[in-house]
Design a protein. Structure first.
Length: 482
């Protein structure tokens, strides 16, 4: 592929536009002979300072918002107005195949569940489907764990190309605020976009909650294809702004919620570790036994159903498929029981998500509701005392532990939580905290282990140490003979 084909928006000397390019990268360590290197000015470093290394590795062209110093004359330089967007669009052109139907979901909470549910519904309808997000790539071939909710654009477009090559026709994609703000999803042909909710999160990256919302609105204002559909949880406080962005773009609307006119949640009743839900859509009523706990999962299921209907499926089989949902790993997942008390693992690592998880489990606790959780280091410190308040208000026993402390002092993170959780226990070692939580259980109690969900590592300093909440629970239960 030629340089001109990859960067058609840029002004390139005709003599250089025909230069053959064998790959694209913004990481100088991944550059090989014949590559186009696109220098990104990141939060920690300017990619331009690695241009010389990229050239040494074989880059034939460098694109950036300003010319890096010391480029040899043999290397073509291309000036671009937005290097992040140029990278994503170049990656999309280099890896041109995509599943025919792509749905993307954004919001503070629920993205992973919605993406998983959407994939599961499509699969139940006989479509070769996949999902990409926090838990990695899940496709008919299996599961590949990933570390970013929205991957690097080159990795993302390579994955789309490979999935299409494997015969995947339907894809559900998580759209994180970072990914949207950094143009990682640009170039993806998105048929429908969904919005779940918005609450405090990622304020270590976004300067304000308004900036955080603005990043999410890009899905509707910029990325869903013209004529596409916006599926919006109309019961969320920020829904009017999302609806306004979708309307300005001329997108079709399908609202969900108790007050919605698209998919209305009419009635919800607990049925063991399931829920009986009555949905209303297009004049028809659907009585569904949803095999999941928590009111928020009703909304997630409704959003997923909306995405599948918005992309062409008949409603009746979609609602029928909801009865077979299994959900994403580590999302309010029943991981075992001790003395008849259930143990749930959930990814909730922000105040609103923790509150929703505890509220979802409260009806099952005729005894005490116990929670084990912490907060991540090098992330928004303002949410730590709020999480302490939530745990104190909504659980009966609170154990504060470590959760990916990264470069921060773990005890300082715990102290910030404990200041708002009077009476809470402090056990820094996460495995020991889980053991203590399980040991105090009796029949009628419920334990929630929150924060890490599907993760299989604990980030301490610059190291990722092997750790899984699932494995920790299994080990304790085995030792206790449960």
């Amino acid at each position: 592929m030629s340089l001109g084909d990859l960067l058609p928006e840029a002004t390139i000397d005709p003599g250089f536009a025909a230069v053959a390019v064998t790959g694209v990268s913004s990481d100088s360590r991944k550059v090989k002979s014949g590559f186009l290197f696109i220098a990104i000015a990141g939060n920690k470093a300017d990619g331009a300072q690695y241009a010389a290394k990229a050239v040494e590795a074989g880059a034939v062209a460098v694109a950036a918002e300003h010319k890096p110093a010391g480029l040899p004359p043999s290397v073509v330089f291309v000036e671009v107005g937005n290097a992040r967007r140029a990278l994503a669009l170049a990656a999309a052109r280099f890896y041109p195949r995509q599943p025919a139907t792509i749905a993307a979901v954004t919001g503070t909470s629920g993205k992973t569940s919605v993406a998983a549910f959407t994939r599961e519904i499509w699969t139940a309808l006989g479509e070769p489907a996949a999902s990409i997000g926090t838990v990695g790539i899940v496709s008919p071939k299996g599961e590949i764990y990933g570390s970013l909710t929205t991957p690097d654009p080159v990795d993302l477009h390579r994955s789309l190309d490979e999935l299409a090559g494997e015969g995947v026709t339907h894809l559900a994609l998580e759209a994180s605020s970072h990914g949207l703000d950094q143009h990682r999803l640009d170039g993806i042909r998105i048929s429908a976009g969904a919005y779940t909710n918005l609450s405090r999160d990622h304020l270590d990256y976004h300067p304000t909650l308004e900036a955080y919302l603005a990043a999410k609105l890009r899905l509707f204002s910029d990325l869903v294809a013209p004529g596409g559909t916006a599926v919006i949880n109309t019961d969320d406080a920020h829904a009017p702004q999302v609806i306004d962005a979708a309307k300005k773009r001329g997108l079709k609307l399908l609202t969900i919620g108790e007050r919605a006119d698209g998919i209305r949640i009419v009635r919800v009743a607990i049925d063991g570790f399931a829920q009986r839900v009555e949905f209303e859509h297009a004049g028809a009523t659907y009585d569904v036994k949803l095999p999941l706990v928590g009111a928020f999962q009703v909304y997630n299921a409704a959003v997923a159903a909306g995405l599948v209907i918005a992309t062409g499926a008949e409603p009746a089989p979609v609602f029928a498929a909801l009865e077979k949902l299994s959900g994403a790993k580590g999302r309010l997942e029943l991981a075992g029981s001790h003395r008849g008390a259930p143990i749930f693992i959930d990814y909730s690592h922000k105040p609103d998500a923790l509150a929703k998880a505890l509220e979802a489990l409260r009806p099952y606790a005729s005894g005490k509701l116990v929670v084990v959780f912490g907060a991540g280091g090098d992330r928004d410190p303002g949410k730590r005392p709020i999480m302490g308040e939530v745990a104190h208000a909504k659980a009966d026993r609170v154990i504060v532990t470590d959760d990916n402390p990264r470069s921060e002092q773990p005890s300082a993170i715990r102290a910030a939580i404990l200041a708002s959780a009077p009476g809470a226990s402090e056990i820094g070692d996460r495995a020991e905290a889980i053991r203590a939580g399980i040991a105090m259980l009796n029949k009628g109690d419920v334990l929630l282990i929150a924060g890490k969900g599907h993760e299989t590592g604990q980030i301490v300093g610059t190291q990722t140490l092997p750790f899984s909440d699932h494995e920790a629970v299994a080990k304790v239960l085995k030792e206790m003979g449960t």
